[in-house]
Design a protein around this ligand. Sequence first.
Ligand code: NAD
Length: 391
Amino acid sequence: MGSLHVIRGAPKAAVIGGGFIGPVHVEALRRLGIEVRGLLGSSAERAKPLADRLGIPRVYRDFDDLLGDSTVEAVHVASPNAAHFEQAQRVLDSGRHVVCEKPLAVSPAETAALTELAGSRPAQASAVNYNVRFYPLCHEMRSRIRRGDIGRVLSVTGSYTQDWLLYPQDYNWRVEADGGTNLRAVADIGTHWMDLAQFVVGQPIRQVCADLATFHPERQKPVGPSDTFSGGVGAKESHCVPISTEDHAAVLLRFSDQARGSFHVSQVTAGRKNRVILEVAGTDGSFAWNSESPNQLWIGSRRGPNQLLERDPALLTPEAAALGDYPGGHAEGFPDTFKQVFRAVYQWIADGGAGPRAYPTFEDGDREVRLCEAIARSAREQRWIEVIERA
Ligand SMILES: NC(=O)c1ccc[n+]([C@@H]2O[C@H](COP(=O)([O-])OP(=O)(O)OC[C@H]3O[C@@H](n4cnc5c(N)ncnc54)[C@H](O)[C@@H]3O)[C@@H](O)[C@H]2O)c1
């Protein structure tokens, strides 16, 4: 079992973005004993009440003000996707560590530039917050597949479904085209699923064949900002705008080592609040995991009874056990995955950047955006598309 502990010698942090996920970063950092020095929002006026509520001592006027804070050595980018590129670039250029929310940026050109920059600064941490793989039982599937428990992987299937954009009155910055891949459900939640699938089976996706659907070609855009997961419902004034980003996607996959796969993503599936499903079938067994009951792993068998493994560090491989800080039967969930990603990042920093990077890297973030590009092209051209590999 992992143990509850703070990270000694960890740098102090600042967080960019005070919407849904910025405060989740703040809470997770504090659980690791990492001091959050300041918050940058879209304006100081909007960020101040949140900073007061969370007890963050400083609100930055703008990005230059943040970069001028010499007490901060690590910056978490939790702003809308279109802002990631410039913000992550400036953080790295300033010599600081960066933890960027997914997707890393909106186009492969941007993620290529960021990956190159990160590569030229090997002493700085550069992480992308693909937190789903940090559920202990997701690491458990990976370890058992590596150990050969289910033989050769044949298929990788699943979905990521939500309902918060079900109605045409539901609105968020995510529904607007980003000027890059211009994908929404795929870039927002599909990339979580693809990161998880590739991490668990240890094989990259090489080819995709996609079908996208925009069920609401028009939505009601509220006047003023609309909170994530509020769907804009309740806004007093709104106007009708055309929408081109997808509400739903279904994608066929070919992995590098012959495994086949498919997944669908939807932000318009009534009743599904935030459900990730992954099923891996091998020549000698299967695994199935569902984020709505993240502490259970189904293990399928042809020759004997199936099993339901309850997350208990005593029963897990060392890699997975290290991600659970509580004994079996004491549920761990979404906020714990953030803590575990950040622990991997800040422990790497505290160890002097010497060891392997146990966190999702900019290379991982770049792969996800290249996958998005291939999916968008496949849907446009109605055919299989090869994912472009970097030299
Ligand atoms: N890993 C996860 O599980 C997860 C979950 C949700 C969101 N995210 C990612 O986090 C990011 C933010 O998503 P969210 O749901 O919190 O969005 P949000 O709209 O709820 O919050 C974004 C915040 O950023 C602020 N902002 C806007 N432009 C800014 C700028 N240029 N500089 C600084 N702040 C700015 C907004 O005022 C808002 O407070 C997205 O990239 C999203 O994909 C990740």
